[in-house]
Ligand binder design. Structure first.
Ligand code: S3P
Length: 419
């Protein structure tokens, strides 16, 4: 069983943004509780290559910002590793800076679509080259002289939205970005604290160009997407009870809590507080023997997009039929997460059917052991690891190292909570 109380590691989305916005601000920035995962370290490495002085000290990062127009042309290619957030948000910044830069990443990044960002950036007047009509890496951006944009985003994506907000800081007039469904809003919250002129009216975001952003001290709340694996492990493992401290509870990210509650899961939010414009709290989670099925569709998807793999695991342990639909975005994440979940859960004996845009899972299933193909995807690896404590048979991952992308120290934490 899992028992104990622990302080959650920093949020990946917020850590990326903190480094990026600090780098293009004027002055000294301190980022505390930074996530030292490989993805965020890729962001640091890219901005260092553009002349930004970034020092790491324990969980703190010190960034001496170069100012909005102060980044230097990188002499090297910018390698984003496995990080979609790094490449997509950085494209927005590069589009506004008067130099050329080339972006690459790992094998997973090479398969992920970039047109969703390069198309609107081209509409703003940016010159971009890349494979298959600028859809795939390597991508080369020739930045500078951007026009404002009035753009209705065809996909619900915080990465696309953020890239466009960042490019709009450099445009010649006010830009308008329209979302279909509200996605995570860390960019809007944090950029405002740096002095950006951003106005939000429901799904319409207006961004005025500015001359400068001003340095900030940023505290990074814990990552609810990482907490999700501990939440699910606790819910499905007999006699477990865990307190997760310092969880970011921004409502654009808390879909997992709503779903767990709908499934009858025993979860409570305690000690809610506001830190740096972001809501934070602690979660008390308890083993729940009588979980029930649920349906997850359109409107909630962006609020739990990264948690769907582990929710699929949870659904195998819930009574009834869980339906996950409108989640076609899962196919273009670090791996095709629909296929990865369906194929691997079938290996373990789950009753699961693949859909074009999701999956149908019938519970409650007694799962066997087996070897999981993680596709080197951190969230697939951790989703399956949650079964190890409750299952009699061993679930082996073909790759554990990929977990370092977002949750360094994951297995040590599980060990320390296992009683
Ligand atoms: C992220 C947004 C989401 C999410 C990703 C991080 C971000 O992607 O899946 O892990 O930090 O903006 P999309 O916005 O492309 O869905």
């Amino acid at each position: 069983m899992l028992r104990g109380c622990f302080e959650l590691i920093g949020d990946k989305s917020i850590s990326h943004r903190a480094v990026m916005f600090s780098s293009i601000s004027k002055g000294h920035n301190k980022i505390s509780n930074f996530l030292m995962g490989e993805d965020c370290l890729s962001t640091i490495s890219c901005f260092r290559k553009m002349g930004v002085d970034i020092q790491i000290d324990g969980k703190n990062v010190y960034v001496k910002g170069n100012g909005l127009y102060g980044l230097k042309r990188p002499e090297d290619i910018l390698d984003v590793g496995n990080s979609g957030t790094t490449i997509r948000l950085m494209m927005g910044i590069l589009a506004g800076n008067k130099f050329d830069a080339t972006l690459i990443g790992d094998d997973s990044i090479a398969k992920r679509p970039m047109k969703r960002v390069t198309d609107p950036l081209k509409l703003m007047g940016c010159n971009i080259e890349g494979n298959d009509d600028s859809n795939y890496t390597p991508i080369k951006i020739y930045g500078g002289n951007l026009n404002a944009i009035d753009y209705h985003m065809p996909v619900a994506s915080a990465q696309v939205k953020s890239a466009l907000i960042l490019a709009s800081l450099y445009a010649n007039d006010t830009s308008f970005i329209h979302e279909k469904i509200k996605s995570r809003n860390h960019t809007e919250i944090m950029l405002k604290s740096f002095g950006a002129d951003i106005n939000i009216e429901n799904l319409k975001i207006s961004v005025k160009p500015v001359n400068e952003l001003f340095s900030q001290d940023i505290y990074v709340p814990g990552d609810i997407s990482s907490a999700a694996f501990i939440i699910v492990s606790t819910l499905i493992t007999k006699d477990s009870e865990v307190i997760i401290k310092n969880v970011g509870l921004n409502e654009t990210r808390t879909g997992i809590i709503d779903v767990v509650k709908n499934m009858n899961g025993n979860i409570e939010i305690i000690n809610e507080r506001l830190v740096g414009g972001e809501l934070v709290g602690d979660l008390l989670v308890r083993y729940t023997p009588n979980l029930c099925a649920t349906t997850i569709d359109k409107d909630i998807i962006p609020r739990l997009i990264d948690e769907i793999p582990v929710i699929a695991v949870l659904a195998t342990q819930a009574e009834g039929t869980t339906i996950i639909k409108d989640a076609q975005e899962l196919k273009v994440k670090e791996s095709n997460r629909i296929k990865a979940m369906v194929d691997n859960l079938k290996i373990l004996g789950a009753n699961i059917e693949e859909l074009e845009d999701g999956m149908i899972i019938k519970g409650k299933a007694k799962l066997n052991g087996g070897k999981i193909n993680t596709f080197k995807d951190h969230r697939i690896a951790m989703a399956f690891s949650t079964l190890n404590l409750m299952s009699d048979e061993k679930i082996k991952l073909d790759n554990e190292d990929c977990i370092n992308v977002s949750f360094p120290g994951y297995f040590d934490l599980i060990k320390s909570l296992t009683k």
